[in-house]
Write a protein that binds this ligand. Structure first.
Ligand code: FES
Length: 612
């Protein structure tokens, strides 16, 4: 066994010689980006070896690391195994959600949670009245005959009763007695709404009395280390029951970390959280529940379950009251999950007037087209380009990421955190490509302009940035002297291609839904962009690159994390939870893989048309 220390957190783990540094980081619970899940194809898992030890640079590292990085001891963590005690410095990761703190707010839904608290004063037992404690309590609660016996509550009851001088608060979830607390604690009643994204997990700590968000937190999904997309996670989970458990433990560990932190910040005990409502894509729901997702990956993409699921928290190890219910909202299909049902709930998709297109862009793109008494859904594997993966200088929307680009006489950038750029995130990429297309740096087919007649139309400072190198044709977004990494930050022809594939898939999905409804895109009355990513992209750029149909910009609205809002609504209202079931059943899922038109629409969607 050897000791490995990770900086800057100073976390130490003891592991066997032969374990990869990436696996060691996963065991230590420290964050390393590893889009390819350790296959050596993404180049994202960089770290600096601080211990002086000899090691051989692999050909993969020569491809992804420059000479100065190699000189300074930077390696790809998936390419090296532990040989002795080592200290490794990781790249600092700051999540996008840390700059977006204002999640708090009132959720607009009639407040009717299934969890209620009742303060009761009971008569003291006497020799004449020898009613058992349980019966004495239950007879004072609503619908006593429906309340079943709970061993765990009964176990605490005699002490709680006497501690509170026969005044206590009972916590009921429907007809389940969840807990008894001495005295009057009616004012403290909490739940969590959870959105498990492939990339980010978000927890909203909710006050069930007021219907408000007390606070919220987010972290990168710790399963990220096993690959950026759902297919890599399914592949990992399928390789053995211990691997499935590992993925389940990772996500639950991540959630527990946020829950503990939020509770600590607000002086709330985790046992005062009596219920959790969870949304996520179908794969994430399977992994969260520890259910084998193997058959979701190949056609015909069969999930194990579709209905809403309720499990006691202690069965999953989720850090709320042990016998509190964890409710996972229903899925629609293998690739349209409860997160999309959450979006439908939050937008009241079935009640919107006219025709509405709702798009949730993440690692997968889920689309809903609603109108003409139909609720159509589909999903496309958009590829992780929007998350910055598969892009040479791509990164998540974290500090140092270029999130906005404008090209006039030269390139102007917006960088998260305001410092020097380290890379580019999805919204920056969309902006950069839209701007490059508008000024003529790239042609409608996505190729860089190198013909003299094309180049001469570009402003001189922009023209200098278009270059051919041994590696690729590329555009320099940031010159080395202005970048945080000391090297040029470029967009290569391959990066543009990745974005074309991603947006082509989204547009093809939209077009098939539109055709299925028998309308043309111009008949769409409103486009709602859901998800954190939707919040940041510039509508105009999305239309220019053809990620969205060419509609007047005033018809396009961003609606934030609607999936999370749906989870909050289902936590706060039994009626909304019942509506989630109805919406999941109402939704018609359009499977794109067996549509002949998909390929045609996909090819049409690859070009940049710039319509607006
Ligand atoms: Fe190491 Fe992708 S190259 S995880």
């Amino acid at each position: 066994m050897v000791d490995i220390t990770f900086l800057p957190s100073n976390k130490v783990v003891q592991l066997e010689v032969g374990t990869t540094i990436l696996q060691a980081a996963i065991s230590a619970g420290v964050q390393v980006e590893s889009t390819c899940g350790g296959k050596g194809t993404c180049g994202k898992c960089k770290a600096q070896v601080m211990t002086e030890i000899p090691y051989l640079t692999s050909p993969t590292e020569k491809k992804f690391l420059n000479a100065s990085e190699l000189e300074a001891g930077w390696v790809l963590t998936c390419q090296h195994t532990l040989t002795q005690d080592m200290t490794i410095r990781l790249q600092e990761q700051k999540d996008v959600h840390q700059r977006k703190t204002d999640f708090a707010g009132v959720v607009h839904t009639a407040l009717a949670p299934s969890v209620r608290k009742y303060f009761v004063t009971l008569t003291r037992p006497t020799v004449e009245d020898q009613t058992p404690d349980w019966d004495r309590l239950v007879s004072s609660l609503p619908a006593p005959q429906a309340i079943g016996f709970s061993r765990s509550v009964a176990a605490t009851l005699p002490k709680v009763l006497r501690q509170g001088e026969f005044q206590l608060t009972a916590v009921l979830d429907g007809n389940r007695l969840l807990a008894v607390e001495p005295g009057d604690t009616v004012g403290r009643c909490f739940g969590v709404a959870i959105d498990i994204g492939t990339t980010t997990v978000v927890v909203y700590l909710m006050d069930l009395n007021k219907g408000t968000v007390v606070t919220s937190g987010a972290v990168t999904n710790p399963q990220q280390a096993f690959g950026a997309d759902v297919i890599s996670r399914i592949t990992h989970a399928s390789s053995g029951s211990d691997k499935l458990r590992e993925l389940q433990e990772k996500v639950i560990g991540g959630l527990n970390g946020i829950i503990s932190q939020l509770c600590q910040e607000r002086g709330i005990r985790t046992e005062e959280i009596y219920q959790a409502v969870v949304v996520g894509n179908t794969t994430m729901a399977h992994l969260f529940l520890g259910i084998d997702p193997t058959y979701l990956a190949p056609a015909p993409f069969i999930p194990v379950f579709r209905q809403a699921v309720g499990v006691e928290a202690r069965e999953l190890g989720l850090n709320i009251l042990g016998i509190g219910m964890v409710v996972v909202l229903p899925n629609v299909a293998g690739y349209v999950g409860s997160d999309t049902v959450g979006v439908m709930l939050a937008t009241e998709a079935d009640r919107l007037p006219g025709v509405s297109l709702i798009v949730d862009i993440g690692t997968n793109g889920e689309m809903i087209l609603t109108g003409k008494d139909r609720l159509l859904t589909c999903s496309t594997a958009a590829g992780p380009a929007f998350e910055g993966a598969e892009i040479k200088y791509g990164m998540r929307a974290a500090e140092g990421a270029i999130e906005g680009v404008r090209i006039t006489t030269d390139v102007e950038l917006e960088v998260i955190g305001g410092g020097k750029a380290r890379g580019i995130c999805g919204s920056g990429l969309i902006d950069a490509i839209a701007e490059m297309f508008k000024v003529g740096v790239i042609s409608p087919s996505g190729r860089y302009a190198f013909e003299p007649n094309q180049l001469e139309k570009l402003p001189p400072l922009v023209r200098d940035r278009v270059r051919k190198t041994e590696r690729a044709n590329e555009f320099v977004l940031v010159w080395a002297e202005n970048s945080a990494t000391g090297e040029d930050i470029v967009l290569s022809q391959k990066d543009i291609r990745e974005m074309q594939l991603a947006k082509g898939a989204i547009m093809a999905g939209i077009m098939i839904l539109v055709q299925e409804m028998g309308i043309v895109p111009q008949e769409i009355d409103r486009v709602l962009l859901a998800g954190a990513f939707g919040n940041y992209i510039k509508k105009e750029s999305a239309v220019v690159i053809g990620l969205l149909p060419a509609l007047p910009l005033e018809r396009i609205h961003t609606i934030g994390n609607a999936a999370g809002d749906g989870a909050k609504m289902a936590l706060l209202s039994m009626e909304e939870r019942a509506r989630a079931d109805i919406l999941a059943k109402m939704a018609e899922h359009i499977e794109l893989s067996n549509r002949n038109e998909f390929q045609q629409e996909f090819i049409k969607g690859l070009d940049f048309k710039g319509d607006n």
